[in-house]
Design a protein around this ligand. Structure first.
Ligand code: AMP
Length: 286
C-alpha cells in the first residue's frame, strides 16, 4: 500500500506565508496561475529535486492581462489543484486573493527593458511588466532559494532571468523543458478552451516548430521557410490558425537572428485558433 498523499499547507495572505516560511529550510518556488496540468507537474518535480521544501503559488495575476484578454474566463480549479499538489508532494500552496497581492493601486512596477517589448511584449503591451511585478513580489514574500519556470514561456523565462541578474535578486532560476501531450501539443491551461476541431488545428504550431527544427542545418532562412509552410497550410484548415508571429531569436537577447547566425536560438510561434491564443517554441542550436 502506498502512503496517502499529504495535503499541502495553504497560505492565503503574506502574513500566513511568512509564518510558514520561517519553519522551512532551502525552498523552491513554482509560480503558477493554477489549472495545473502535466507541465506544472514537471516544474514541481524539478523543484523537489533542488530544495527541502516546495512552495507552489497559485494566482491569476490581473496585472499581466490586457484589456479584452481572458482574465475573467481564465480557468480556475483550486480543489483539483490542491489534489495535484498533494500528489506531487508540494509542501505549501500560496494562493492569495487579488486584494492580498495588490492591497492598493500598484503604482510601482518592474520595467522589463527592451527584451520585454518584442514578440509577446509587442502583442501584449504591459504583459511582461505585469509578470515581472508579480514575480518580484512573490520572490519577496516567499524568499525562495530556487525558482522554477517553464521553457514553454521562453521569453518570460529569459526576461525573469534578466530581472534576477539586473536587480540582484539572489534567486537561482531553473528552466524546465516543455511538456507535451502525445500528439505534440504543448500542455497549457488554455487548451481547455479548444473545441475538438480547434485542438486538431492547434497541432500545426508544434508541427511547424518540428519542421523548422528538422531544417536547422539549412540555417535561419531555411528554418523559417519550413515552419512558415506548415502554418500557411494551417491557415486554411477547418479550424484556421491565424498567425500572430513566427520568429527565430537569439536565446539570450530575444533579438531576431541574422541569416548567418550560429549558436543557440529559439524558434517561437504565437497564433490564434478560434478565440484561443496559443504560444509555443523550440530551442535550436545552429
Ligand atoms: P502558468 O500557470 O501558465 O502561468 O504557468 C506557470 C509555469 O508553468 C510557467 O513557468 C510556465 O512556463 C510553466 N508551464 C506551463 N505550461 C508548461 C508546459 N507545457 N511545459 C513546461 N512548463 C510549462
Amino acid at each position: 500500500m502506498t502512503a496517502p498523499d499529504r495535503a499541502p499547507v495553504v497560505a492565503r495572505t503574506p502574513e500566513e506565508l511568512a509564518r510558514i516560511r520561517a519553519g522551512l529550510g532551502r525552498t523552491a518556488l513554482v509560480p503558477t496561475m493554477g489549472a495545473l496540468h502535466s507541465g506544472h507537474r514537471g516544474l514541481i518535480a524539478a523543484a523537489r529535486g533542488r530544495a527541502e521544501a516546495v512552495v507552489v503559488s497559485i494566482f491569476v495575476n490581473p496585472l499581466q492581462f490586457g484589456p479584452g484578454e481572458d482574465f475573467d474566463r481564465y480557468p480556475r480549479a483550486f480543489e483539483d489543484d490542491l489534489r495535484t499538489c498533494a500528489e506531487e508532494g508540494v509542501d505549501v500552496v500560496y494562493a492569495p486573493a487579488v486584494e492580498a497581492m495588490y492591497p492598493g493601486e500598484q503604482l510601482v512596477t518592474v520595467d522589463p527593458g527592451p527584451m520585454g517589448h518584442v514578440l509577446e511584449g509587442a502583442s501584449r503591451p504591459g504583459h511582461f511588466a505585469g509578470v515581472l511585478t508579480v514575480v518580484a513580489k512573490l520572490f519577496h514574500m516567499v524568499r525562495p532559494d530556487v525558482a522554477v519556470f517553464g521553457q514553454k514561456d521562453a521569453q518570460q523565462l529569459a526576461v525573469i532571468r534578466r530581472m534576477v541578474r539586473d536587480l540582484a535578486f539572489g534567486v537561482t532560476v531553473v528552466g524546465v523543458p516543455t511538456v507535451r501531450d502525445s500528439d505534440g501539443l504543448a500542455t497549457s491551461s488554455r487548451n481547455v478552451y479548444l473545441s475538438p476541431a480547434e485542438r486538431t488545428g492547434a497541432l500545426a504550431l508544434s508541427r511547424a516548430l518540428l519542421a523548422g527544427a528538422d531544417a536547422s542545418v539549412t540555417g535561419p532562412v531555411g528554418i523559417l521557410d519550413a515552419a512558415r509552410e506548415v502554418l500557411r497550410e494551417a491557415a486554411s484548415s477547418e479550424a484556421p490558425v491565424e498567425l500572430d508571429y513566427l520568429a527565430l531569436v537569439d536565446a539570450h537577447t530575444f533579438a531576431e537572428v541574422g541569416a548567418d547566425h550560429r549558436g543557440e536560438a529559439v524558434l517561437l510561434v504565437a497564433a490564434r485558433v478560434g478565440s484561443t491564443r496559443l504560444i509555443d517554441n523550440v530551442p535550436l542550436t545552429l
